[in-house]
Design a protein around this ligand. Structure first.
Ligand SMILES: CC(C)(COP(=O)(O)OP(=O)(O)OC[C@H]1O[C@@H](n2cnc3c(N)ncnc32)[C@H](O)[C@@H]1OP(=O)(O)O)[C@@H](O)C(=O)NCCC(=O)NCCS
Length: 172
């Protein structure tokens, strides 16, 4: 039997692995619709610095979780709790290391993030996703998320959609 996938709170020592996954996932998932120069400019070193500070700052508003198996980090997600807007939680990041896509890691991370949001009394979860990022939209739909009509133009020229879910809605 293979090792179990576990989810835990991220700490600053995870910054390097998170940064590597962040950059690798962007480069592969967005290669069809983001300019190559945008993807080439992504820097693991800059991302690592960002994540080390973010994870070390100890602010209560953001919660980053990591999924790991046999001590190897497979993916991460971040949720932001908003005290305004009627107990809304926003999933601000969910990334899985490309060699581990489609093995259920994203599902485990999203389920754990939404559990944290429920535990913090959020009644709605929202997130933004590129219109052309169909795989992620499929994952979100499995958890009851639907496009709610809000859109925004990303700096890259791509359109992002907002998707929302009521948190009494459990995965199908
Ligand atoms: C989106 C992402 C997090 C999904 O993680 P994952 O571990 O591969 O997802 P899972 O294995 O848990 O898949 C769950 C469901 O999502 C959907 N899904 C995932 N990848 C898919 C793909 N390539 N095509 C279609 N549906 C897909 C399916 O419904 C899948 O269920 P199934 O495998 O039973 O059909 C991952 O692909 C990723 O890191 N992508 C790049 C970063 C990204 O787009 N993040 C979201 C930013 S908004």
């Amino acid at each position: 039997m293979g090792a179990e996938t576990v989810v835990r709170r991220a700490d600053p020592a995870d910054a390097g692995a998170i940064a590597r996954i962040h950059v690798a996932a962007w480069r592969l998932a967005y290669r069809e619709f983001l300019p190559p120069e945008t993807l080439a400019r992504l820097s693991t070193r800059d991302r690592k610095r960002y994540w080390r500070e973010a994870l070390g700052s100890g602010t209560g508003r953001y919660l980053t979780l990591v999924a790991e198996r046999a001590g190897v980090l497979l993916g991460f997600s971040t949720i932001a709790m908003r005290s305004t807007a009627g107990h809304e939680a926003e999933i601000t990041a969910i990334y899985v290391d490309p060699p581990n896509w489609r093995q259920g890691v994203g599902t485990v991370l999203l389920a754990a993030s939404l559990e944290q949001a429920r535990a913090a009394d959020a009644d709605t979860a929202v997130l933004w996703v590129f219109e052309r990022n169909r795989p992620a939209q499929e994952l979100y739909k499995d958890f009851g998320f639907a496009a709610d009509g809000e859109t925004m133009h990303h700096d890259s020229g791509q359109i992002a959609l907002r998707m929302s879910a009521a948190l009494d809605c459990h995965p199908a």
